[in-house]
Structures are given as C-alpha cells and as structure tokens.
Design a protein around this ligand. Structure first.
Ligand code: GLN
Length: 287
C-alpha cells in the first residue's frame, strides 16, 4: 500500500472516531510513524511504505482514535521554537502560554542578570524557554529555577532540561514550601479550571491530561489565592509576578493581587482576544 492509501485509511478511522482535525492529525502521525518530513509527504505519496512502519502508523492512528492527543503519541510539542518532550503526567505546552514567556522576556529585557522562578512548571516549557531565549540574547548569568509538586513533572522537566541544554535548577515543592530564594520574576501557569467544569472540557484534555495540572479547586482560583498571598515574600522589591489565567478570571485575580498589595496590575489578551496573562509588581515590600 502506498503512503496515500495509508493516509486515506488513517483519515477514515479518525473521522469515524469524531476527531475534529482528522486530516491534520493523520499528517502529523504519518510524518512521525514513517519518519518523513512535511515535504517528503508529498514526494513519497505514491511510494509503497515498509510494512513495519505501516503497522506503527496504524498503532498511532488507533491511539488517536481513543482521543489521546497527538503530542502524547509523538512525545513532543514545539513551544517558543524548541521541541519539548511531552508524556503522561504533564500538561501539553499550549500556544497561548507562549505569550506569558514573551511578556516575561519583554519586561526583563534590560536586566543584565536575574533570578527567575517558574512555579508549577510541568514540562518545564515556560522556565526552560525563558532561560534559553535570555541566553540567546546574551544574558548568560541568570539563575532560573523550575518548581513543581509532581514527580512526573520533575522527571519530564529534567529530561527537557538536558534535551535542550538548559541550565535551570529543578525544585520539588508544594508551591513555596521548599523555596528559599527571592526572585526578580516569578512566572506561573497554575491549574485554573473549576473542579465542576472539568467534566465539560474536551475529551483529549479531560481523559489524557493530568488533573493535578488543571484542577483549580471549587472556584478555579485556589492557586491564585495562594500565589497572591505568598509570592511577595519570594520577590525582590519591584519584582514581577506573571501568571496565565482563564478567560473569565481577570477581575477575581486582580482583586486577590490588590488585596495582597501588588501594584501596576495589567492584563494581556491572547490571539483569540481572550483575557490570558496578568502582570503585577511587588512595589510595596515587606522584608
Ligand atoms: N489552558 C489549559 C486548558 O485549556 C488549562 C491550563 C491550566 O489549568 N493551567 O485546558
């Protein structure tokens, strides 16, 4: 059977399984299973495929038809131009989270050397890409720490650190419990979905992504509450807190930040026009 035949077969199975983006997903899995590039896919479309690779391709298609996200099948997701390993137990890096890293880079661009913390790091995508981008722009003396409570996250972040040649340190901790330092910037994409909403999110996320990375308790705000209360103690004066939020959480998160004496609070919308990133400054300081 030719590549075209296999792809048609793959698409039919995914369409039948109600996978919305079945054409694109078939392409991604074909490139992965047959070890070919995007251009190869067109060049080799009439070639017969080796049986072993075709078996592997069908395994991938079968997994996708259970609604397992492509990124858990291929084991990777691009983020900020870097290829991050993704596996069970960590959230797949999201495109909208790149905005958080871009904003953090922009706000710290004139700081020569700094200390940064990625709290609730998961795959490590925020902290690692922040550190690598800073290094590429000539800032070689930063200290970047990644923190997470989950052993799975620590393991995946560690693998990504080595894979991408990052110099981050990784700390296992329940929020600030084992954090000893102060930072110029704390970045975080904490779990922020209301427990009662989790059953309504798409199957790919609900069944396959880790609940611990999604569940923000009853009102979805429990991590913002803890971050707002505790983060100032771990920031230098004028330190920056940058967090990703859910589309309807800005007013609540802003209030929590104001109540905890953060200043200059601002909001950045994502490409879909939804509220997404909050920035706040620890200008009033208590040492
Ligand atoms: N944005 C994620 C989603 O769409 C949620 C991430 C989070 O809870 N931090 O599922």
């Amino acid at each position: 059977m030719t590549l075209r035949d296999w792809m048609i077969k793959g698409q039919d199975i995914l369409k039948e399984a109600c996978i919305e983006d079945y054409e694109n997903d078939t392409r991604i899995l074909a490139m992965f299973a047959f070890g070919i590039s995007y251009t190869d896919m067109f060049m080799k479309i009439t070639e017969d495929m080796p049986e072993e690779d075709a078996d592997f391709f069908m395994n991938c298609i079968d997994l996708r038809s259970t609604h397992m996200p492509c990124q858990y099948i291929t084991g990777s997701q691009e983020f900020m131009g870097y290829e991050f390993g993704t596996e069970d137990g960590v959230l797949i890096p999201r495109q909208e989270t790149e905005l958080l890293v871009e904003k953090a880079l922009e706000l710290t661009s004139d700081m020569k050397s700094l200390k940064a913390l990625d709290m609730c790091t998961g795959s490590g995508c925020i902290g690692i890409s922040y550190e690598l981008k800073r290094r590429e722009s000539g800032h070689k003396d930063d200290e970047v720490h990644l923190a997470d409570i989950s052993d799975d996250a620590i393991y995946v972040a560690q693998k990504n650190k080595y894979k991408l040649g990052s110099g981050c340190s990784i700390i296992k901790t329940d929020l600030f419990e084992n954090i000893k330092d102060r930072y110029d910037i704390i970045m975080s994409n904490p779990p922020y979905i209301k427990t009662s909403d989790i059953d309504d999110i798409m199957e790919e996320v609900r069944t396959f992504e880790p609940r611990i990375a999604l569940d923000g308790d009853m009102d979805g705000l429990s991590f913002y509450r803890r971050l707002a209360t505790e983060a100032r103690e771990y920031l230098f004066k004028d330190g920056i807190l940058v967090m990703e939020i859910g589309f309807d959480q800005y007013e609540d998160v802003k209030k929590l930040l104001i109540d905890n004496h953060f200043n200059n609070i601002s909001l950045i919308k994502d490409y879909a026009g939804l509220d997404r990133i909050v920035v706040a400054y620890a200008t009033e300081h208590d040492y």
